[in-house]
Design a protein around this ligand. Structure first.
Ligand code: CDP
Ligand code: CDP
Length: 255
């Protein structure tokens, strides 16, 4: 059982998970974990090693043999593999093409899910991915599934200048046997097609307050958020000001 609060954000490619989860984590003073980056990192690693990604046993073996170090740095997840930082390569075309295949291997998921659960021992988290609410932290009461129309999602990736076959990835992620992309039965679904990132985060904040996310979970950084006039005005609109008032000055919610 996690000892910290976990906010799970799942959804298909380019639904806005990363942007929303990062902003939400900043507002709450939680750490932000991008689980997709972990699958991308191990995918880059096996491609570097020349492993045939169509051979699940070879993929699993290569990842079992590697030294994976996961940490929270400046409230964000970071992964090192065999002392290499894969960050600059996570959105490479070959990684985009192979990541769904690599992440469909059950042993790969087992290894990375264990690392994701380790993060929950360190801090309160906003974690985003495909199966965070359904498989990684099924017991968390704070689950969101964010979506957008296929047309909007394709446009978002194009606007980023990326060659990413998101439809193929979504098909593979939804149809695989191991932890497919599903909407957890108790997840709140938000269609982000016509919403800005702040608009989505505002909706999630409102639902979290409604679900009783304790005010004491906030940290210094959330107090910084509320101390900015424009943000305090937004908190009044959302009915969050009372939770801010309960935040004792000088007390960190970090456990
Ligand atoms: O950002 P985007 O939605 O394009 O993808 P991502 O979150 O970086 O995830 C890349 C890939 O990793 C996905 O297409 C899935 O195949 C896999 N993934 C997964 O299987 N389970 C997760 N919890 C997160 C990602
Ligand atoms: O992590 P995921 O692949 O689900 O999406 P993302 O990388 O957070 O978002 C993909 C792109 O859509 C980014 O360039 C975001 O700035 C943009 N976006 C948007 O325009 N409106 C939203 N409501 C969410 C994301």
């Amino acid at each position: 059982m996690p000892t910290h609060h976990i906010i799970a954000i799942d959804g298909p490619a380019a639904s806005g998970k990363s942007s929303v989860a990062r902003t939400l984590a900043e507002r709450l003073g939680f750490s932000y974990v991008n689980s997709g980056a972990m699958y991308r990192a191990v995918t880059w690693h096996v491609l570097q090693r020349g492993v045939n990604v169509h051979q699940p046993a070879a993929v699993a073996n290569a990842i079992e043999q590697s030294r994976i170090v996961c940490d929270l740095i400046d409230n964000q997840s970071r992964i090192l593999i065999d002392d290499h930082d894969p960050t600059p390569h996570l959105r490479d075309d070959d990684v985009n093409r192979a990541v769904s295949l690599v992440s469909s291997v059950p042993r790969v998921r087992e290894i990375l899910v264990a690392r994701m659960r380790e993060y929950a021992k360190k801090d309160n988290l906003v974690m985003e991915g495909r199966d965070i609410g359904s498989v990684v932290f099924p017991e968390t009461p704070f689950k969101f599934y964010i979506d957008a129309s296929p047309e909007v999602r394709v446009q978002r990736r194009l606007a980023e200048g990326q060659r990413d076959e998101i439809a193929a990835r979504d098909r593979a992620d939804s149809s695989r046997a191991a932890s497919p992309l599903v909407i957890a039965p108790d997840a709140i679904v938000i269609d982000t097609s016509a919403l800005t990132i702040d608009g989505v985060v505002d909706q999630i904040m409102r639902r979290l307050v409604g679900k009783g996310l304790p005010a004491h979970s906030k940290t210094l950084r959330s107090r910084d958020f509320f101390s900015r006039p424009q943000n305090f005005a937004r908190s009044l609109v959302l009915g969050l000001a009372s939770t801010q008032a309960e935040c004792h000055p000088g007390r960190s919610g970090r456990q």
